[in-house]
Ligand binder design. Structure first.
Ligand code: OGA
Ligand code: MN
Length: 294
């Protein structure tokens, strides 16, 4: 598969493929292999329906039904495996600034990896741009990705050894608390308890280690909460330095695939009066991060 570098050893643009009909198994295998080299892979000029996005992503694994799609009640998008990454309500109107669903989704502006608060977290994210906002003084709604393998490699060897055995508690209530959001539906705590995850993960194919960090990462198990939180803040600052970050400036029709196991990402601010509509499919992992030793 042809891939052109967008960020050294981390993000690449793939040559054009028609993804509206699920490609043959050898092409899927090529894309999987490319993602081990380039954990952020950009496909341009795709114009996929939600069903086409679902069917393509489903070739890579079982699909997640996300936290907001799992809630009862009316939803803008019909397919539960397609996450609504937009600022629009059920009737396609831009949500007001104080809208609860909007405020919850602003947690995506913090550096994170998706669903690390689940006992078995996710693997690949597939984000497809349908409608984009105009430029604004605060940002254009870009998505930034940080390379957790390069960040790990850049740590001093003694630090790498010291963090290797650590296990971190991840909690969606903690990521939202950081932006002052605590207005969760009443039963959400029971559905989404916190989960332990290894701080250092290894890609079984490449053998490369990486940090596994997220805004959901609350504290280090067995350490005083304050000490753990401070180490996580230091590691996050280290891992999100500009040299580890690829910033994706969206065009309508882009499909970005990323590996949540070895990257973090965050959305950037944008014109809140204009629609921004992206659709996401996400594949589930098959085991806990605790099962495989780093
Ligand atoms: C996501 C996410 C950021 C953005 O879809 O998981 O964090 O830029 N998106 O919308
Ligand atoms: Mn996300």
């Amino acid at each position: 598969m042809h891939a052109q570098s967008l960020h050294d050893g981390f993000a690449a643009e793939a040559g054009w493929l028609d993804l509206s009909h699920p490609p043959a198994p050898d092409i899927i295998a090529d894309i999987k292999a490319a993602l081990d080299t380039w954990p952020v892979l950009v496909f341009r000029r795709q114009h996929l329906t939600d069903a086409q996005l679902r069917d393509f992503a489903a070739r890579f694994g079982k699909l997640e039904i996300g936290r907001t799609a799992a809630r009862p009640g009316r939803r803008r998008l019909a397919i539960p495996q397609i996450g609504d990454i937009s600022n629009l309500d059920e009737d396609d109107r831009v949500r007001p600034l104080t809208d609860r669903r909007r405020l919850d989704s602003l947690g995506n502006r913090l550096w994170h990896t998706d669903a690390s608060y689940m006992p078995i977290p996710v693997v690949l994210g597939f984000l497809h741009a349908v409608t984009l906002p105009p430029p604004s003084p605060f940002g254009n709604g870009e998505t930034e990705f940080a390379d957790m393998r390069a960040a790990y490699d850049a740590l001093p060897p003694a630090m790498r050894d010291a963090i290797e055995p650590l296990v971190v508690e991840h909690d969606v209530f903690w990521s939202r608390a950081q932006i002052g959001f605590n207005d969760f539906p009443a039963n959400e705590r029971a559905f989404y308890p916190s989960s332990p995850q290894r701080l250092v993960r290894r890609n079984k194919v490449t053998g490369r280690n990486n940090l596994y960090l997220s805004a959901h990462a609350s504290h280090i198990i067995g350490w005083p909460v304050a000490d753990g939180r401070l180490l996580l803040a230091d590691l996050t600052a280290h891992a999100t330095q500009a040299r580890f970050v690829y910033r994706h400036a969206w065009r309508v029709g882009d499909l970005v695939i990323w590996d949540n196991r070895c990257t973090m990402h965050r959305g950037r601010p944008h014109d809140e009066a204009a629609p921004r509509d992206l659709r996401r499919a996400t594949t589930l992992d098959t085991g806990s991060t605790l099962e495989h030793a780093a």
